[in-house]
Design a protein around this ligand. Structure first.
Ligand SMILES: C[S@@+](CC[C@H](N)C(=O)[O-])C[C@H]1O[C@@H](n2cnc3c(N)ncnc32)[C@H](O)[C@@H]1O
Length: 467
């Protein structure tokens, strides 16, 4: 008996091969298609943001997604600004917009860029409480429809775009009320992220999630080699910029401006750096002549601060050569110098064998503490990333420990809020190496408001016992 032949069964009629119906053929989405729209139109900005959102949903980080869109559209500086603004707004309320879409459409809009367009338009119509709408509602609907009509992948859906957005405006109250029953819409984070935050911070979790949806302030670090905070505040005042001191060297502007408008920025008088990140260099307790290693250095914010603080011999290491080049650029602007090495801090092959007085280990992590700056992170990360990154950083820390002199200090930093990457990692490290744990802030929760308007960083300081 041959395979497939059964006694007493008639053979099914053999199917003739047939051509696929044309509508079954999946065509690659044309995310790079340059639409025939005016460069300063809201329609072009919406389409650019939609393309960026679709790229993030496909796994790309938002800054990379945006530079791909800018290149494909050959976007003017004005168009770049508008695309970027809408893309960031969309990321901050993607959970709410996608939930609203789920209530208004029977299936997920295809291709993903069409969903991105609807979410981008919703982010302009459905502005967070207390914020003024950036455009008139009818303009947003009209321009979203023009954007859809201008793209070959979903020109056919322009009536749907019109219908969905108009329905939202008509039934806004009921739709929002229903959407907000879902945690995804209420908090704008994936469910696993909300659950993890709640488990780690039973009292503060809602405030931390809310702070992550607020636009971050522009905070500067004053270069003490060039001026001091009081004098720089006067300079800002003379330039008509309101600001206040929020740390030893930290000054926060009342309203964000372009770096080109920041007095002295080009000459290295100040750098842009979060107030929490400005704690690293003082914690290192630096003195002139020390040999210092910044092991995960790019783009060089903390390297610059180290060199502004004392005359040390600094080696700045990062695995990513392109990012390491930015350390060189930043130090060049400050007029400072370090040895730059594109190398893996988890291996020894680049090390000259001479131990360091101080090591800064600002290790790679999930970046769950800087979501207000990078609102795409929550949509890109997976729960399993935490364990993988914790394993990588423990390998880096163990390797760096042998590079530290007896009595030397190692500062472990993460921009994560997950204890597995921060406090649990620090405790396990101290136990493995019998390291002395010195005073350091531990987990800084980004709660927003006075005194807490900083990123969510973690600091642990270790000293090696004298030989
Ligand atoms: C949190 S960022 C560092 C920020 C930097 N310290 C600053 O203040 O500007 C982490 C850096 O670690 C780098 N990195 C990741 N894995 C690494 C490794 N195995 N060795 C060295 N650097 C690594 C990444 O390229 C990234 O630039």
């Amino acid at each position: 008996m041959q395979g497939g032949d059964f006694p007493g069964q008639s053979r099914p009629a053999r199917e003739e091969p047939r051509l696929r119906e044309s509508h079954e053929v999946k065509v690659a989405p044309q995310r790079d298609f340059r639409p025939d729209l005016k460069s300063d139109s809201l329609a072009l900005a919406l389409l650019g943001a939609a393309s960026a959102v679709a790229r993030v949903r496909g796994g790309s980080a938002l800054p990379q997604a945006l530079s791909a869109v800018f290149g494909a559209y050959d976007a003017t500086p004005q168009a770049r600004g508008a695309i970027q603004d809408i893309a960031y707004r969309t990321m901050r309320q993607l959970g709410r917009s996608e939930t609203l879409l789920g209530l208004m459409t029977s299936k997920a809009p295809e291709p993903p860029m069409l969903g991105g367009l609807l979410c981008a338009a919703l982010s302009l119509l459905d502005t967070p409480e207390g914020q003024a709408a950036p455009y008139e509602a009818f303009t947003v609907v009209d321009q979203a429809v023009s954007a859809a009509a201008a793209h070959p992948d979903f020109a056919h859906a322009k009536a749907m775009v019109n219908a969905v957005l108009r329905r939202f405006l008509r039934e806004r109250e009921a739709l929002v009320e229903q959407a907000l029953r879902e945690p995804l819409a209420r908090f704008n984070y994936p469910q696993w992220w909300i659950d993890t935050m709640r488990a780690a911070y039973p009292h503060e979790w809602e405030a931390v999630l809310a702070a992550g949806n607020v636009h971050p302030p522009l905070t500067l670090r004053v270069n003490r080699r060039k001026t001091d905070v009081a004098a720089y505040l006067d300079t800002l005042n003379d330039a008509g910029l309101q600001a206040e001191q929020v740390g030893l060297t930290a000054v926060r502007l009342a309203h964000a401006v372009n770096v080109a408008q920041i007095p002295g920025f080009a000459d290295g008088v100040v750098s842009v750096q979060d107030a929490g990140a400005q704690l690293a260099a003082p914690l290192l307790d630096l003195r002139d002549g020390m040999r210092v290693l910044d092991a995960c250095a790019a783009p060089g914010g903390k390297s610059g601060h180290i060199l502004e603080t004392a005359d040390v011999q600094l080696t700045s290491v990062d695995t990513d050569a392109a990012r390491l080049a930015r350390v060189g650029d930043n130090l060049g602007r400050l007029g400072l110098d370090a040895t730059l090495l594109a190398a893996d801090a988890g291996s020894r092959d680049w090390w000259d064998g001479r131990q360091y007085d101080r090591i800064l280990a600002d290790v790679p992590c999930t970046a769950s503490g800087i979501v207000r700056r990078h609102p795409d992170i929550r949509w890109l990360r997976r729960k399993s990333d935490t364990s993988q990154l914790a394993t990588l950083s423990s390998k880096i820390l163990d390797n760096l420990w042998q590079m530290l002199l007896p009595d030397g200090k190692l500062l472990f930093v993460t921009c994560s809020l997950w204890p597995q990457e921060s406090e649990a990692q620090a405790a396990a490290f101290a136990a493995r190496h019998d390291a002395v744990r010195l005073d350091a802030p531990g987990q800084l929760l980004p709660l927003g408001g006075a005194g807490q308007d900083h990123d969510g960083l973690f600091y642990a300081l270790f000293q090696k016992k004298a030989a």
